[in-house]
Design a protein around this ligand. Structure first.
Ligand code: ADP
Length: 452
C-alpha cells in the first residue's frame, strides 16, 4: 500500500489519557525499528506525546498511523498521521508547546483522502535504508505482538531520557566552557602578539627617527664642509692672484726690448716663467669663478637674449681658437624666433667653454654648434668628432679637477665643466652629455625658453 500516507506500519487509537503513554512508547519503538538514532527516537516520542495530549483535549482523541515514506534521493522519513476524532477547531492545529515543531522536520495539517490529519515526520539518517515489503511485514508483526508497557514503565523511560538529555546538556555546557577558555587563551595570545608587534614597531620608529636625526646632522656637517671649502678656495685664489699677476708683469718687463738684452737661454726661461704664470692665473681665475658660483653669489642678470646675436659673437671669438686646419668649426644659424630669457654673459661663458673643450679634444673632423627650439625649451648643443668619453665617466667629468686619464696632454684644469654645470643650473636648465669613447661627444644645454 503506497500512497501519500506511505507504507503503514502500525495503527493506534488515542481516546483516553492513558493512551498518551502508549502512543509515546510505540512512537519510540517504531522510530527505533526503522533505524532512527536514539536522539531522534526521543524527539519523535516527545513530539508525539505533546500532539496526542493536544488532540485529546481539543478533539476527543485521534487515530494514529505510523508509516515510512520514500524520497527521490533514496532516503526515507518516518511519518506519523494523527486523524482527530472530531474536526480541528477552525481546521487549524496550534500546538500548546511551541517547541514541538522544532523536534521534527515537518509538523503540519494536511488532507489524506477526505480526512484532515496532523502530520509529523522525521528523516531517517543516510545510513538507514527504507524497509522493503518483507521487512515491513516483519516489522508490522513485531510491533503488533509487542506487549504494551504500563504507564509507570513509560514514565521511567521518560525519566531516563530526561536524565540523558540533561547529561548531554551538561556535557555540552562543559564543552562550551572549555571552548570559551581556549578562545580566551587565544585572545590573550593575540593580544600579546599585538603588544609585541606594537613595541617592535615603536622601537623601529625610534630607530628611524634617530637615523634621520643623524642624517640631518651629517648633511649639516657636509654643508658646512662644502662652505668652508668654497671659502678656502676663494681666499687662496684671491691671495694668489696678485703675486701671479705680478710675476707675469715682471716677466713681460724682463722680455721687453727696452730692458737689458737677455741671453737666448734666459729668454727661453723667462718665456717659461711667463707661460706657467699665465696657466696659474687662469687656474686661479677659474677657481674663483667656481667658488663664487658654489657660494651662490652669482645673481643671473635676466633679459631677452637673441640667440642669433649670441651665436654670431661666439662664431667670431671662438674662430681664433680653431687653429687646426683638419677641424672645421660650424656655428649654425639658430631658427627664428630665436629669443630666450636668460643671462647673456653666463650663457656665453658656458657655450664658449663647451666649444673650447670640443676644439681642444678634437684632432680632426668637425665641431658644430646648433640651437633647436622644442616644447617650450631650447636645446643648444656642441657636437664634436673628437676623442669622446666612456659612458662610465659621464658623471665624473663634472667633478672638480677630474680629467679623463690620458687627456692631460691637452692642457686644462678640470674645473670648466663643473663650473658650466653650476651656471646652467643657475639659469634653470640642465647640461647633458651623450658620448662614447673614440666616437665624439655632444654636450647639450637645455634651457626653458621663458627663463627659470
Ligand atoms: P679641462 O677641459 O680644463 O680639463 P673640463 O672640466 O672642461 O676641464 O673637462 C673635464 C674633462 O672632461 C677633460 O679633461 C676631458 O677629459 C673631458 N672632456 C671635456 N670635454 C670633452 C670633449 N668635448 N671631448 C672629450 N673629452 C672631453
Amino acid at each position: 500500500m503506497t500512497d501519500e500516507a506511505g507504507n503503514a506500519l502500525l495503527r493506534l487509537t488515542l481516546r483516553v489519557e492513558h493512551d498518551i503513554f502508549l502512543v509515546r512508547q510505540r512512537g519510540r519503538e517504531v522510530a527505533a525499528a526503522v533505524g532512527l538514532d536514539h536522539q531522534d527516537q526521543v524527539r519523535i516520542a516527545t513530539a508525539l506525546s505533546e500532539v496526542a495530549r493536544d488532540l485529546l483535549a481539543c478533539c476527543g482523541g485521534a487515530d494514529v498511523t505510523f508509516a515510512t515514506v520514500g524520497h527521490p534521493d533514496g532516503r526515507f522519513s518516518l511519518q506519523i498521521d494523527l486523524a482527530p476524532v472530531r474536526p480541528l477547531p477552525d481546521g487549524v492545529y496550534q500546538p500548546q508547546s511551541g517547541a514541538v515543531a522544532r523536534l521534527v522536520d515537518v509538523l503540519s495539517v494536511t488532507t489524506v483522502g477526505e480526512v484532515t490529519v496532523v502530520r509529523m515526520s522525521r528523516r531517517a539518517p543516510a545510513s538507514a535504508s527504507e524497509p522493503d515489503p518483507q521487512r515491513l511485514a516483519e516489522l508490522r508483526s513485531e510491533l503488533e505482538h509487542a506487549a504494551p508497557g504500563t504507564a509507570l514503565e513509560e514514565l521511567t523511560t521518560q525519566n531516563d531520557q530526561l536524565i540523558a538529555a540533561l547529561d548531554e546538556v551538561r556535557s555540552q555546557r562543559d564543552e562550551l566552557a572549555v571552548l570559551n577558555e581556549e578562545l580566551e587563551t587565544t585572545n590573550r595570545g593575540v593580544m600579546a602578539l599585538y603588544n609585541q608587534l606594537t613595541e617592535e614597531l615603536e622601537a623601529t620608529n625610534q630607530g628611524v627617527v634617530a637615523l634621520y636625526a643623524e642624517l640631518d646632522e651629517k648633511s649639516a656637517q657636509l654643508r658646512a664642509a662644502s662652505e668652508s671649502k668654497s671659502r678656502f678656495l676663494a681666499n687662496v685664489s684671491h691671495e694668489l692672484r696678485a703675486p701671479v699677476t705680478a710675476i707675469i708683469g715682471l716677466g713681460r718687463l724682463l722680455a721687453d726690448s727696452g730692458s737689458d738684452p737677455l741671453t737666448t737661454e734666459q729668454t727661453r726661461q723667462v718665456d717659461l716663467i711667463r707661460s706657467s704664470a699665465a696657466d696659474l692665473l687662469s687656474l686661479v681665475n677659474e677657481l674663483l669663478d667656481l667658488a663664487k658660483a658654489e657660494s651662490g653669489r652669482i645673481e643671473p642678470n635676466w633679459s631677452e637674449v637673441d640667440l642669433r646675436v649670441l651665436f654670431g659673437q661666439l662664431r667670431g671669438t671662438v674662430r681664433a681658437l680653431a687653429t687646426r686646419p683638419e677641424v672645421a668649426l660650424t656655428v649654425e644659424e639658430p631658427p627664428q624666433p630665436s629669443v630666450v630669457r636668460t643671462d647673456e654673459v653666463l650663457l656665453a661663458q658656458v657655450l664658449r667653454n663647451l666649444l673650447h673643450n670640443a676644439l681642444k679634444f678634437t684632432e680632426q673632423g668637425e665641431v658644430r654648434m646648433r640651437a633647436e627650439g622644442r616644447d617650450g625649451r631650447w636645446e643648444l648643443s656642441v657636437t664634436d668628432t673628437g676623442v669622446g668619453i666612456a659612458p662610465e665617466l659621464h658623471e665624473r667629468i663634472f667633478e672638480e679637477f677630474y680629467q679623463v686619464p690620458g687627456t692631460s696632454r691637452f692642457n686644462g684644469t678640470g674645473l670648466g665643466l663643473p663650473y658650466a654645470r653650476r651656471l646652467v643650473t643657475l639659469l634653470g636648465g640642465t647640461l647633458e652629455l651623450s658620448s662614447e669613447s673614440g666616437r665624439g661627444s655632444r654636450f647639450t644645454v637645455v634651457l626653458p625658453a621663458g627663463g627659470a
